[in-house]
Write a protein that binds this ligand. Structure first.
Ligand code: 5GP
Ligand code: ZN
Length: 113
């Protein structure tokens, strides 16, 4: 999609702190981290939200979860982490390209949600 922030990040048109990329997914640091570890993992193909995902997207969604687990553990969250997918306006989604937040690290103020 031409006017999508995260599509532009995937294509390198907007810089990001990339941590991983393969044929289906792209992972980078959130620009405003809420915890010591706060990554975003996104499908490379533009999917507006989880609510818009189709059967053909299932390989990318499976990869997204597998990569999320591996990156969380590699980035130091050996004692647990969260995978959060805000979906739609009521679901708190601000960027309309499906993304999973991978958050971990000490939690000084209680649960995020
Ligand atoms: P949402 O509320 O849609 O689930 O989360 C969007 C996330 O994208 C937010 O945590 C926000 O900090 C992050 N974000 C927004 N713009 C950018 C950007 O240009 N670069 C990066 N790396 N993260 C962004
Ligand atoms: Zn997009």
């Amino acid at each position: 999609m031409d006017d999508c922030l995260f599509c532009k990040i995937v294509h390198g048109e907007i810089p990001s702190r990339k941590v991983y990329e393969d044929d289906l997914v792209f992972a980078f640091h959130d620009i405003h981290p809420l915890r010591p570890m706060h990554l975003l993992v996104i499908p490379k193909r533009h999917i507006t939200s989880l609510a818009e995902a189709e059967a053909a997207d299932e390989p990318a969604l499976g990869r997204l979860l597998a990569v999320s687990r591996r990156l969380a553990q590699e980035c130091g969250s050996t004692d647990g982490f969260r995978v959060i997918i805000n979906t739609g306006r009521v679901g708190g989604q601000e960027v309309p390209h499906l993304h999973a937040h991978i958050v971990g690290g000490p939690d000084p103020v209680g649960p995020m949600l």
